[in-house]
Design a protein around this ligand. Structure first.
Ligand SMILES: Nc1nc2c(ncn2[C@@H]2O[C@H](COP(=O)(O)OP(=O)(O)OP(=O)(O)O)[C@@H](O)[C@H]2O)c(=O)[nH]1
Ligand SMILES: [Mg+2]
Length: 322
C-alpha cells in the first residue's frame, strides 16, 4: 500500500544549559562556565523513493537530539545532532499549528522544518569589570515542536482518468515500462502508478465511479496525485452503454475533489475500439464528439492507436520544453 498521507509530531532539540564554574587552578575566582549547545534541527530531504512515507506509519513522534550542557574550563556543550526526515518528492509538509506549507520537489534538497533551541550562556559570558565572579547562567531554549502532516502528491505530467475497467493501466503499461496491474474487473488499480514516457511522467490512478466523492468505491483521495499534472487523459470504453453519461459522472467527481481539475486541458479517448463493430464504434464516437470534437478511438491491441497516442505525448513533451 502506498502511504501518501500521514500525521506525526516533530520535536527539535532543546538547547543545553550554560554552566556556572570558576577557575580552580589559579585559586582566582575567574568564571569558566561554558555555554550550552544548540538543539538539533529537523530537516526534510527530498528522495526519489515514493514509498518513503512508510517510516511514519507506526512511529508518530520524532525528536532531534538536545544540545549538551556547558561545562567548566570554558567547555561549551556539544550541539545536538540534526534529524533528517526522508520525504518522497511531491510531498507537501503542512504545519498543523500555523498552517504553513513546504513543498519538497527536488531530490537531495534539504529544507528546515523545525529549528532547535539555542543553548544558554555559561557564567563566563556574564563577566564584566564590575562583576568578576558572576553566578548568572541561562537555561537553553526549547526547540520548535508541532504536528505536521506529510501529504504526497505525485509529480506527473499526464493523469489517466475514467471509470474502472476502461483500460487505463493497460495503456500505461503499453506506453511505458510500468507494470500496473491489469484485470478484467473493476478496481484493479488500488493506488496511483507512475510510468515514464521519455521525459513525461504518466500517472495511472484507480477508477472513479458515481459517488466516489461520497466514499463509494475507492473514494477520491487518490485524485491528489493528478492535481499537479498539466493535462488529463480521459478514457471511456466502447463497452459502455452510456458514454456521454460516463463522461459527466467523471467530471462531476473531479470537480467535487478540486475545481481546478476541471480547468486542466483534457484529451478524450474511446477505448477498446477492437471490441465493437465499425457501426457501433461510430455511433459511440459521434455521441462523444458532441462533448469533444477531437475524441479519438483507440485500442491497446492496435499499433496505429498506440502511434497516435505517442504522437500526442510527443507534442505535449515538445510544448512542455518551450
Ligand atoms: N479488447 C481490449 N481489451 C482491453 C483494452 N484495453 C484494456 N483491455 C482489457 O480491459 C480490462 C481492464 O483493463 P485495465 O487496464 O485493468 O483497466 P483500468 O481502467 O486500469 O481498470 P481499473 O484499474 O479497475 O480502474 C483488462 O482485461 C484488459 O485486458 C483494449 O484496447 N482492447
Ligand atoms: Mg487500472
Amino acid at each position: 500500500m502506498l502511504i501518501d498521507d500521514v500525521e506525526i509530531k516533530i520535536n527539535a532539540g532543546h538547547g543545553g544549559k550554560g554552566a556556572v564554574a570558576f577557575n580552580k587552578n589559579k585559586m582566582s575566582l575567574g568564571p569558566t562556565g561554558g555555554s550550552g549547545g544548540k538543539g538539533g534541527n529537523i530537516y526534510g530531504e527530498g528522495v526519489s523513493d515514493l514509498t518513503a512515507l512508510r517510516q511514519f506509519r507506526f512511529s508518530k513522534a520524532f525528536f532531534a537530539e538536545n544540545g549538551k550542557d556547558g561545562r567548566d574550563q570554558f567547555r561549551d556543550g556539544r550541539d545536538g545532532t540534526d534529524l533528517i526526515l526522508k520525504l518522497p518528492i511531491g510531498t507537501v509538509a503542512h504545519n498543523l499549528t500555523n498552517g504553513s506549507e513546504i513543498n519538497f520537489e527536488k531530490t537531495s534538497e534539504r529544507i528546515l522544518l523545525a529549528k532547535g533551541g539555542n543553548g544558554g550562556k555559561g557564567n563566563f559570558h556574564f563577566r564584566s569589570s564590575t562583576n568578576t565572579t558572576p553566578k548568572e547562567f541561562e537555561y537553553g531554549i526549547s526547540g520548535e515542536s508541532f504536528e505536521v502532516r506529510f501529504e504526497l502528491k505525485l509529480i506527473a505530467d499526464v493523469g489517466f482518468i475514467g471509470l474502472p475497467n476502461v483500460g487505463k493501466s493497460s495503456l500505461l503499461n503499453k506506453l511505458t515500462n510500468a507494470r500496473s496491474k491489469v484485470a478484467n474487473y473493476p478496481f484493479t488499480t488500488l493506488e496511483a502508478n507512475l510510468g515514464a514516457y521519455y521525459e513525461l511522467i504518466l500517472a495511472d490512478i484507480p477508477g472513479l465511479i458515481e459517488g466516489s466523492s461520497s466514499g463509494r468505491g475507492l473514494g477520491i483521495k487518490f485524485l491528489r496525485h493528478i492535481e499537479r499534472t498539466h493535462i488529463l487523459f480521459h478514457f471511456i470504453s466502447t463497452e459502455s452503454l452510456t458514454p456521454s453519461r460516463d463522461y459527466k459522472i467523471i467530471r462531476k467527481e473531479l470537480g467535487a475533489w478540486n475545481i481546478a481539475l476541471l480547468k486542466k486541458p483534457e484529451r478524450l479517448f474511446l477505448t477498446k475500439s477492437d471490441l465493437v463493430t465499425t457501426e457501433e464504434l461510430n455511433k459511440k464516437l459521434s455521441a462523444l464528439k458532441k462533448i469533444d470534437p477531437h475524441v479519438i478511438a483507440i485500442s491497446v491491441n492496435d499499433t496505429k492507436s498506440i502511434k497516435n497516442i505517442e504522437k500526442i505525448l510527443n507534442d505535449i513533451n515538445a510544448n512542455a520544453k518551450k
